[in-house]
Write a protein that binds this ligand. Structure first.
Ligand code: VGL
Ligand code: ZN
Length: 190
């Protein structure tokens, strides 16, 4: 058994709008929930959930000239966690994409690479040196979060069984992650 007392589990953007029926649905996004719930039962020092949390006229929305449909508007049901997400327990929530003028794929830094969400400081404050990342969408926010975790100096694992991408083929994303030093881990190795 690995010692998880200095490890955090990071649940990326597991929110209604990214699940089937949601505004920006990730295909089969709901199929990760069982694996995510199972992962969270391990003795992580912290279970940190990120939430995409946008103001109603956010720059990423196509109505404002951005690439995405309106999704994860702060305080709406679409931005909420799904009922079937029953981790043990979520210890911290980090909200991102909260400013109208910039988007944030990563849980660490906005896409301008200058504005921090506070996640790195939170992890350092908790004495964490390793993170395990899962969630939605693998090819956007999970990838950006895992790559920033490497840059911030954490040993970084991604659990592909507990991730789904907008693209149906995860190969390119997983190869890129491995090349940057992310370890891909199976659920049954925890
Ligand atoms: C995401 C697109 C826009 C994600 C968030 O969570 O991967 N993708 N906002
Ligand atoms: Zn978003």
């Amino acid at each position: 058994m690995i010692d998880l007392s200095r490890s955090a589990l990071i649940l990326v953007d597991i929110q209604n709008d990214f699940l089937p029926g949601g505004a920006l649905a990730v295909p089969n996004g709901d199929s990760i929930l069982e694996a995510v719930n199972a992962l969270s039962r391990h003795a992580f020092r912290a279970v940190i959930a990120t939430q995409d949390w946008h103001p109603s006229h956010h720059c990423s929305f196509s109505s404002q000239g951005g690439p995405w449909p309106i999704h994860c508007v702060a305080g709406t049901q679409g931005a909420d966690f799904p009922e079937a997400l029953t981790p043990e327990p979520i210890t911290h929530i980090i909200r991102k994409g909260v400013l109208q003028e910039r988007d944030s794929y990563s849980g660490f830094l906005d896409n301008d690479r200058a504005t921090s969400t506070g996640l790195d400081g939170l992890l350092k404050g908790l004495g964490i040196d390793r993170v395990v990342v899962c969630g939605l969408a693998l090819d956007y926010c999970v990838m950006a979060t895992a790559l920033d975790a490497i840059s911030c100096g954490y040993q970084t694992d991604v659990v592909p069984e507990a991730c789904r991408g907008i693209s149906s083929n995860p190969t390119a994303t997983l190869e890129k992650l491995e090349k940057q030093g992310v370890r891909l881990k199976n659920l049954n190795t925890f």
